[in-house]
Design a protein around this ligand. Structure first.
Ligand SMILES: *Cc1c(COP(=O)(O)O)cnc(C)c1O
Length: 405
């Protein structure tokens, strides 16, 4: 189906050649659990005619996720975005105006702050982990700090113990965005049980596919009860006493059915992710100028994302590399670029200079991964990268002469 082998620069799709892949190879997980399992879960709620409002599957999913993360409570939501927003709103210290978060992170993070009327105070990330640490966060803490958002990077985890220690010392609530670390663990335990709470997503592009959805784990009974009420209009009991600030951000039963089927498949998925990762690792080792971000295998890890750094020896710019790959239907993407502090923002934020983030934001890219990418696809992708590496100067000439914008 594929494998138009490229032997000359002119054969690249960006110069009019045939694309390497007939169908796009993306960086979205799009994991597909067993369809029969999805149907058998769905039959449960369908037969009971309870389609939403804390139905049997939402309750089962919450119980299973709480077990998985080894926490007391799990509350599901219609998205990770709203789980984060409502958790921040519940936890942020009242009367204070700033939320500390990384700049090199998920594109919509500043919108989340705006929904809860907090100003993002963007901090640096560590160059080795690409994640926040106690050191990068602590320089942003001041008398206005209402909450620390500890965001896990897409490969490995952030400095969990350091952040927990800092939050305790400064007496500031700590919430983890653990969307990209569902399966990870640290010396201190499994991701899910740290800080005041942790938030995860069930979007189709993430590790657990519930089509859409999100959830929060916590050991705080008061927080769990409050959020469980808020997501369902704030209704309490049959006589519908409205608790303040209610809205509709519940997860429904069909999404829970999909998420349960995905959860059943998780161990197998991680096994497949690991195989893809190992194929990348083995083949990329011989390409000068590209460094694969390696998973820390001393702890449990999900092997989901493939991130590479383009080093000095990689002659093509990242912009050109991405254009060339995208033309081949390899939907590689720049890693969290531009960083949030560089984007124009309509809402209030704390002005900052982040020189380390500026440099890091230019260096990394994501390569195709997930359910629809086979080991052969990985092989073909790396072969193309090897071709780009060997013929970089020729390709650069062609890009200039052919006026490819
Ligand atoms: C995707 C993502 C979210 C939001 O999750 P949704 O379920 O898509 O709303 C939050 N944080 C990070 C780090 C993400 O990657």
């Amino acid at each position: 189906m594929y494998m138009v082998k490229k032997s000359k620069a002119e054969e690249l799709a960006i110069f009019g050649g045939e694309s390497l892949f007939a169908t796009p190879k993306s960086t979205s997980n799009l994991v597909r659990p067993d369809f029969e399992k999805f149907l058998s879960y769905s039959k449960l709620f369908f037969d009971q005619r309870q389609y939403t409002n804390n139905g049997p599957l939402v309750r089962l999913l919450e119980q299973r996720l709480a077990n998985f993360h080894q926490t007391e409570f799990c509350i599901t939501f219609c998205s990770g975005f709203w789980a984060l927003t409502l958790a921040i709103s519940a936890l942020a210290t009242k009367g204070r105006s700033e939320i500390v978060m990384p700049s090199l992170t998920y594109r919509r993070m500043a919108d989340i702050a705006a929904w809860v009327n907090l100003k993002p105070h963007f901090c640096e990330v560590e160059p080795t982990s690409l994640a926040v640490s106690a050191a990068t966060v602590s320089s942003c803490i001041n008398a206005n700090t209402a909450l620390i958002l500890g965001v896990h990077p897409i490969v490995n985890s952030c400095d969990i113990d350091g952040l927990v220690g800092l939050a305790k010392e400064k007496n500031i609530p700590l919430l983890f965005d653990s969307v990209e670390s569902v399966y990870e663990s640290s010396d201190s335990g499994k991701v899910g049980c740290f800080g005041a709470a942790e938030v995860f997503s069930l979007h189709a592009s993430k590790l657990l596919n519930g089509f859409e959805g999100g959830y929060l784990t916590t050991n705080d009974a008061y927080l769990a009860e409050r959020l469980a009420l808020t997501r369902g209009f704030g209704f309490k009991g049959v006589d519908h006493i409205v608790v303040s600030g209610g809205m509709n951000t519940k997860l429904n039963e069909i999404h829970a059915a999909m998420a349960l089927a995905s959860l059943d498949d998780l161990e197998d998925q991680v096994f497949r992710n690991r195989q893809r990762y190992y194929t990348y690792k083995r083949l990329l080792a011989s390409i000068p100028g590209i460094r694969l971000l390696e998973f820390e295998e001393s702890h449990q890890t999900g092997y989901k994302n493939i991130v590479v750094e383009l080093l000095e020896r990689w002659t093509l710019t990242r912009v050109d590399t991405l254009r060339i790959l995208n033309a081949e239907n390899i939907l590689a993407r720049a890693y969290y670029s531009p960083p949030l502090h560089r984007k124009r923002m309509a809402y209030d934020h704390v002005p900052v200079d982040l020189p380390a983030t500026d440099i890091l934001a230019e260096r990394f890219m994501l390569l195709p991964c997930g359910h629809l990418v086979s080991n052969d696809d990985v092989d073909e992708t790396v072969r193309l990268l090897s071709f780009l590496s060997t013929n970089a100067n020729l390709i650069i000439n062609h890009l200039q002469n052919n006026g490819v914008k």
